[in-house]
Each structure stands twice: as C-alpha cells, then as structure tokens.
Design a protein. Structure first.
Length: 104
C-alpha cells in the first residue's frame, strides 16, 4: 500500500512539478470544507477519502521527506495536534479507543 501511495505521488510530481500533498493541502485550506484546525506549522483535516468524520489527516505545512526532517518545534506541535484530536474524540464518543495514524 505504501509503495502505491509513493508511486502515485512521484508520478504526480513528475507531471506537475509540484507535490501532490502540498497541492491537496492548499486546496483544503482554501475551501475550508474539511478543515479542522491548524496550529503553527501543522494542519488537521478530514481528507476527502475518509469514510467517516473521525478519520483525520495531520500534515505539516511544509514538505518533509521523512520524520527525521522535523524540527524540534514541529515535533512538539505534531504531538500537541495528536493530543488534541485523541482527547476530542474520546470526549465526543465518551469512550477511550485505540488510534492508528500515518504521517503525510
């Protein structure tokens, strides 16, 4: 699955000379339809492919190629975003459940 995602992103970049995720994030920030919130250098949104409203996407505002590229302040912010969404979902559903996440 990961290979397929990476391959699609490479093809998009080759054809458009821009990052697919960067373009997608820009569209979401403009439309504000599925936008949850942004904190400093990260954005939390519900991606258009989500099957329900508690599937979220956390993404940095700048392009990074792997998590080692995150600055300390970005790592701290991403932790804050994850904390907010997990606490919010727990309150919303009045239930503590396990989470799965991907970094985009």
């Amino acid at each position: 699955m990961m290979f397929k995602k990476e391959n699609r992103q490479r093809v998009y970049f080759k054809n458009n000379k821009e990052s697919l995720l960067e373009d997608y994030l820009e569209q979401e920030l403009v439309s504000q339809e599925r936008f949850y919130f942004k904190i400093n250098n990260f954005v939390l949104l519900i991606p258009f492919w989500a099957v329900c409203s508690y599937v979220t996407m956390i993404t940095p505002k700048r392009i990074i190629f792997n998590t080692d590229d995150l600055k300390k302040v970005e790592l701290d912010t991403s932790t804050e975003v994850i904390s907010k969404i997990t606490k919010g979902d727990g309150k919303l559903f009045n239930y503590s459940f396990s989470y799965s996440s991907e970094i985009y």
